[in-house]
Write a protein that binds this ligand. Structure first.
Ligand SMILES: [Zn+2]
Length: 175
């Protein structure tokens, strides 16, 4: 054990530091509590929230890039061949939608980080952001029926259910 005041190594069973007289058992107790608090379910929920957020950010970024590439292609074709072509307005609104949902994924990463430091606020942030992401996923699914059914259900609903179950199991260990 290291004394928090003078930084010298003191015996593990010491109550006071033999060098400067600082009370040292306090620190040890605080460390014990910190270790005890990070329940495996909470640690798993934190990492799940972070990976869910990162995967979502990557996918929305890919989708936005693909849509803007498509827009450039359509523009080039109409200019080169003097053939008027336009992007369907649904695709433009889908790109805006993707940009909005990417903010929700960023919030999921923040919530996951807070969960890993045993924060109860992190649990609320993660659950709220994952529920919003699931609703967004269902809206996209409703707009594009049959196309991404399995992908959206596994991408949105399954991690949300897992996250809720994990947080529920370890909730009492949160600060
Ligand atoms: Zn000391």
């Amino acid at each position: 054990m290291i004394c928090p005041k003078c930084g010298k190594e003191v015996p593990a069973d010491a109550v006071f530091c033999p060098y400067c007289g600082e009370k040292v058992t306090r620190l040890e107790k605080r460390e014990e509590i910190a270790i005890e608090r990070l329940h495996p379910a909470i640690s798993a929920a934190g990492w799940l929230s972070i990976s869910y957020g990162v995967a979502g950010l990557l996918l929305t970024h890919l989708a936005i890039s693909a849509l803007s590439l498509l827009e450039t292609l359509v523009q080039r074709i109409s200019e080169t061949f003097y053939y008027p072509m336009t992007i369907p307005p649904e695709l433009t609104s889908l790109a805006i939608f993707m940009a909005v949902i990417s903010a929700v994924y960023a919030i999921l990463i923040v919530g996951g980080g807070m969960l890993l430091s045993a924060s109860r606020v992190g649990a609320y942030i993660s659950i709220a952001a994952s529920l919003v992401a699931t609703c967004f996923g269902l809206i996209i699914f409703a707009k594009l029926p049959g196309l991404f059914t399995a992908a959206f259900l596994s991408m949105e609903a399954i991690p949300t259910i897992l996250l809720v179950v994990l947080i529920y199991r370890g909730f009492s260990y949160l600060r």
